[in-house]
Design a protein around this ligand. Sequence first.
Ligand code: BES
Ligand code: MN
Ligand code: ZN
Length: 486
Amino acid sequence: MDYKSLKANTIIGKTDIYLVGVYTDKRLSHLGKSIAKLNIELAKKCFNKNDFTGNIGDHRTIDDFKNNVQILFFGLGDKDKYSPLTLNKSIKGIISKIKDIHVTNISINTDNIISKRNNVTLELLVTYLEDGFYKYIYKKEKKKSKIKSCNLISNKIFPRKAFITSVTNGKAISNGIKLAKDLGNTPPNICNPTFLSNEAIKLKKINKKLKVTVINEAKMKSMGMGSLLSVSQGSKEPAKLVAIEYMPVKNKQPIVLVGKGITFDTGGISLKPSPNMDEMKYDMSGAGSVLGTMKALAEMNINKNVIGIIACAENMPGSQATRPGDVYTSMSGLTIEILNTDAEGRLVLCDALTYSRKYKPKYMIDMATLTGACLVGLGKYPSGLFSNDQKLAELIKKSADKTGDRVWQLPLYDDYFEELKTNFADIQNIGGRYGGAITAAAFLAKFTDGVKWAHLDIAGTAWEVGKNKGSTGRPVSLLIDFVLSN
Ligand code: BES
Ligand code: MN
Ligand code: ZN
């Protein structure tokens, strides 16, 4: 979409639909002068008689025939709770209502919406608007984007330079989210490890400063990545470890982002039950979020060092597959007893984390759809956050608040590490019956070797089920904010 910043009084009569966000206080004074003046009677009717609440998801339309425009009031919820998260919800709801009606231009009153105090910026508004129109397009379907332009209406127009930057960045962020969503939604017979590595190579077109290295199985073997290789050995699809380097600044330690890229997780010999197994195509969402983040940052041409690492493999059963009881040596030298072949994410990630150390990371963050236990414990709203450095954890929480991409921290007490002990290797790949999200994180922590590290378990947040089934693109917006702020 194209965006324009316009003053309130110039718009009526020149747009198809005018969106006005209203808090639950329903104060008309918030609506911007033009609407109130021109349509005060209609608006009053709508507010007083039609029991419009201002709650998120609630909306009312009035037809202003005189000026040939539809005015749509939509709820922004409680003013005291207003935040990036609640705006994202409101925008999502309203776009689902307008995307199928015939309009080519929309206008949106930004007076209530953009609020420095609540961390709601123009950049976020643009991100949410663009993201709201996302649709997964499969081959034969034609893309039909009917809404071409969006006027951002306020009492004062935005300063030109700041406006352009916000719109450009908002679009770049939503492009990153879109890539993560598309990769997640792509069927697993297409989106395999080689496909993901090719997607990484494609990123080079965006920015010359990007360097992409694809490490194949032979190379992994020579580097001693026995843990990663154990996961792919049951599949005919070869594993790929991909490093995307973006290092515009000399002599500065990079932030390293590591993503779990299991393009399909059957569980292996510890086979998963059939119901909903298709959802395990989303088991590469960590890698998808790394690719999406790198894409957005490259588009923004940022001046920060950041590395994206994706560990891609397919977890299949078969005569070549690993068995429970097998022991493999990881790149770090630690030997691992595999007691459950379905705990494969940590097996690919541990070698990716060891590999990442060569960059001497300032921070290292991994994203993984790691455990069903995380989903059981936290539900589907926040990602699980784990860290060996509390300052880093706080920085991630800050980015979560700023983007509405929520996280909730869980502990990493020494006790959890005890559960990984075995008589047959340095470490086993599962813990006891309880706290599975934490023992999984503890396993990863064993491979961080003093690097400031955090782990986001996105098992509950990376995709949605039910009628809106599909990738969410999380936690791309959190990661972008984190890299830009640190
Ligand atoms: N990819 C799954 C985790 C998962 C399951 C995410 C369901 C979202 C929904 C992961 O590889 C896995 O299978 N984890 C096991 C670990 C267990 C064997 C210790 C799990 O969570 O059951
Ligand atoms: Mn698994
Ligand atoms: Zn998995």
